[in-house]
Design a protein around this ligand. Structure first.
Ligand code: ZN
Length: 236
C-alpha cells in the first residue's frame, strides 16, 4: 500500500478511469497534501461553504470567492471538486460518456431535501447524463448503528414520503431511532435508475474508525475529511 492510498481511499472501478482522479480522505489527508501529489497538484481546487442546503453549484469557470452550497458539478477539466465531511456522507459521481463529475455533501437534512436526486437530475439536464451509465461512489459516513436521531427527524422523513427502510427502532431508547444515512441515499439513487452494479460504497463508519473524523465522537474538536473528484486536464 503506497502513501497516498493510506491517506485517502479510492474505489477501484473509478481508479481505472484514465481521465479521472478521486479520493475519500482519512484524517491523515490534509489540504496541503494536494501540492505534494503530482497528479493532484495541477488541479484548481473548488470548495464550498457547506450549509446542509440543497444548493447545487455548476462550475463553468473558477469562482473568485467561496460560495455557499452542498453540491459541486462540473465538466471543466483541471477542476478538483472538494466536499468536507465528519459523519455526513460524501458522494462522488462520474459520467464517463459525457465527461462530467459531481461531489455531494449528504447529511440528514440534505437527504430529506433529496439532494442526491437533484444532483443526478441536474447532470441529466446539463450534460445529458444517462442514469443507467453513471458511476456513483458513496464514501465513509456514520453507520446506522451509531446514528441516533429523535422522533422529530423521523417525522420529517415520514412527511416527505421517505420513510421506507431508513429508520430502525433504537435497541434501548424508546423515543430514539437509528438512521441509515447511506441506505437512504442509496435508495434515492436506485429509484432514479442507476444500476446497483454502478453504485460503489466504502462501508466504513466515521464514528467507529479512528482514522476518520466524526463530529458525533469528537464534537468541536472534529476535523473534516477531505473528499475530491476531478477530470484531468489532458485526457489520454
Ligand atoms: Zn459506528
Amino acid at each position: 500500500m503506497n502513501n497516498s492510498t493510506r491517506k485517502y481511499r479510492v474505489v477501484e472501478e473509478l481508479e481505472q478511469i484514465p481521465f479521472l482522479v478521486h479520493g475519500f480522505g482519512t484524517r491523515y489527508w490534509k489540504e496541503e497534501d494536494f501540492a505534494s501529489v503530482q497528479d493532484l497538484a495541477v488541479f484548481h481546487r473548488v470548495s464550498l461553504r457547506q450549509t446542509h442546503s440543497d444548493i447545487i453549484r455548476l462550475i463553468t469557470q473558477y469562482p473568485k470567492e467561496k460560495m455557499e452550497g452542498d453540491v459541486l458539478v462540473t465538466d471543466l477539466p483541471g477542476t478538483l471538486l472538494i466536499i468536507r465531511t465528519a459523519d455526513c456522507l460524501p458522494i462522488l459521481i462520474v459520467d464517463t460518456q459525457n465527461r462530467a463529475v459531481a461531489a455531494v455533501h449528504c447529511g440528514w437534512r440534505g437527504t430529506l431535501k433529496r439532494i442526491i436526486e437533484k444532483t443526478l437530475r441536474t447532470m441529466q439536464q446539463r450534460y445529458g447524463s444517462d442514469f443507467a451509465s453513471l458511476s456513483v461512489a458513496l464514501g465513509p459516513c456514520i453507520a446506522s448503528s451509531c446514528y441516533e436521531v429523535g422522533e422529530d427527524v423521523r417525522e420529517k422523513f415520514k412527511n416527505k414520503g421517505l420513510l421506507r427502510g431508513v429508520f430502525d427502532s433504537h435497541p434501548s431508547k424508546k423515543e430514539k431511532y437509528l438512521f441509515d444515512l447511506r441506505g437512504a441515499n442509496r435508495a434515492q439513487i436506485l429509484a432514479l435508475g442507476v444500476p446497483d452494479k454502478n453504485i460503489f460504497s466504502i462501508d466504513l463508519c466515521t464514528h467507529c474508525d479512528l482514522d476518520l473524523f466524526s463530529y458525533r465522537r469528537d464534537r468541536d474538536h472534529a476535523g473534516r475529511l477531505i473528499n475530491f473528484i476531478g477530470l484531468s486536464q489532458s485526457p489520454e
